[in-house]
Design a protein around this ligand. Structure first.
Ligand code: CO
Length: 165
């Protein structure tokens, strides 16, 4: 799969679309994940979710402390505590804001072979897992902002998308 998928930015409707579970753990999925990795590194992201490259599938990747996590059909099964931290998103270039996330989570996900594991994460990694899982549920960075900041960012992004059309 040597295609080039542009990163979808807000307000691209695919970012809000419902995603489907992945049930075929075939070779194609493996090359799709490699392609996602390439795109994430090329764009200096710490995570990337299927919808961000136009695929409404429950798949996301996260890179943290030299470890690459592939999350297929992920579900957060436990969360505790809360913590504020700065977040950005490849679908909102140049936009950052404070987001409240759980301090610790347990997340269940499959890998490219369909094997299920449970990851325990805290701090930044928990934040990244929550952010990517949000993408698979159509929830975006701005949904965690105050109504005022959300509106400001929305207007900015809409203006930008009109200018580039
Ligand atoms: Co994002």
């Amino acid at each position: 799969m040597a295609k080039d998928y542009p990163i979808r930015t807000y307000p691209d409707p695919v970012l809000r679309k419902e995603t489907s579970e992945i049930t075929d753990f075939n070779e194609e999925l493996g090359s799709f994940v490699s392609e996602m990795q390439r795109l994430m590194f090329e764009n200096d992201g710490v995570g990337l979710a299927g919808p961000q490259i136009g695929f409404s599938l429950k798949i996301a990747i996260v890179y943290y402390e030299e470890r690459l996590y592939t999350l297929i059909n992920p579900v957060i099964i436990e969360s505790s505590g809360e913590e504020y931290g700065e977040e950005g998103c490849l679908s909102f270039p140049g936009i950052y804001g404070r987001v409240k996330r759980p301090e610790k989570i347990r997340i269940k996900a499959q890998d490219i072979n369909g094997t299920e594991s449970i990851f325990e994460a805290e701090g930044f990694l928990a934040r990244a897992f929550c952010h990517e899982t949000d993408h698979l549920n159509g929830i975006l960075l701005i949904d965690h902002f105050s109504p005022m900041k959300k509106n400001m960012v929305k207007r900015k992004m809409l203006k930008k998308s009109r200018e580039t059309q």
